[in-house]
Design a protein around this ligand. Structure first.
Ligand code: PPS
Length: 290
């Protein structure tokens, strides 16, 4: 597989193939956030594609026609990348629904004086690591790892694209007290898909009847999304994803890390986790089992 070139921006690695310093500087300093914008923010592999689908379905009252006709890249464009993606964002009509993996210190500064809404989705970092490890074998935006051990070291040291998982979540959690910020976890969605969809509707101020909620849940299930080419990333260009032997919609479960981590890797990661998260006074659903 072809390897990936990284450049650094503020100490964080990014693949030059779709990201650039110019775009990041433009976004941070010049991009204008509007009060009626809604941002889906995630660290990679934490449930972005799932959240995009849920939001698109909520916006269309559970009717899946739009989700089956228009790609997720057009329905909820990605802020971060250069090229076609940037053009879609820049031509987007309000109210805009946009997606981003940016750490908070890279985000457009105008967010912080706006009333725009942010939905931050987090996932157990052990499952993020496993998902990203597989993704790194199919994607040209992450260097292909030589081994799981080496990848874990890169992940824990924040050398993977978008930097440290720990810094990302800690950075965004600074917004917890803001009424326009909603924190959701992948695990919460897995455990209570319907309840979490309702919570998102309340946050967005969108009233859906019970039948529409059922449709949102049905069409955003893992199996529905896996079969929908408009969201399963089978339309991603070949220079970004090698889809021949891999599937973006891989397993869609919580706790897959248990199938990959040795006892020693688990203990090593727990030590780093405790140390990095000790100053954060928040309990996560995965804490029991991290
Ligand atoms: S990316 O590349 O950063 O945008 O990836 P992202 O979409 O954030 O995360 C991909 C993982 O989310 C899983 N996924 C789902 N899980 C459960 N239900 C639904 N509907 C769903 N849709 C996507 C996807 O399978 C990736 O997780 P893994 O563990 O690799 O299967």
């Amino acid at each position: 597989m072809m390897d990936t070139d990284y450049f650094q921006h503020k100490g964080i690695n990014f693949a030059s193939i779709i990201y650039s310093k110019e775009r990041f500087e433009y976004l941070e300093n010049e991009f204008r956030v509007y009060d009626d914008d809604v941002y889906i923010v995630t660290y990679p592999k934490s449930g972005s594609t799932w959240m995009i689908e849920i939001l698109s379905l909520i916006r269309s009252n559970g009717d899946a026609t739009w989700c089956h006709k228009v790609s997720s890249y057009m329905r909820n464009p990605w802020l971060d990348a250069t090229g076609d993606g940037a053009q879609v964002v820049d031509g987007c009509q309000s109210p805009r629904f946009l997606s981003s993996h940016l750490p908070i210190q890279f985000f457009p500064k105008s967010l912080f004086s706006s009333k725009a809404k942010v939905i931050y989705t987090a996932r157990n970092p052990k499952d993020v690591l496993v998902s990203m490890y597989h993704f790194a074998h199919m994607s040209y935006v992450i260097k292909t790892p030589h081994s799981f051990d080496e990848f874990m070291e890169d992940f824990l040291q924040g050398r993977v694209p978008f930097g440290s998982w720990f810094d990302h979540i800690k950075g965004w959690l600074q917004m917890t007290d803001n009424n326009n910020f909603l924190f959701i976890t992948y695990e919460e969605l897995k455990q209570d898909h319907r309840g979490t969809v309702k919570k998102i509707c309340t946050f967005l101020g969108k009233e859906l009847d019970e039948q529409a909620i059922d449709l949102v849940v049905e069409h955003s299930s893992f199996s529905s999304m896996k079969n929908n080419n408009m969201c399963n990333h089978s339309l991603a260009p070949d220079y970004i994803l090698d889809k021949k032997n891999n599937n973006f919609m891989r397993k869609g479960i919580s706790g897959d890390w248990k199938n990959y981590f040795t006892q020693k890797q688990q203990e090593d990661m727990d030590i780093v986790y405790q140390e990095k998260m000790k100053d954060l006074n928040v309990k996560f659903s995965w804490d029991e089992n991290v």
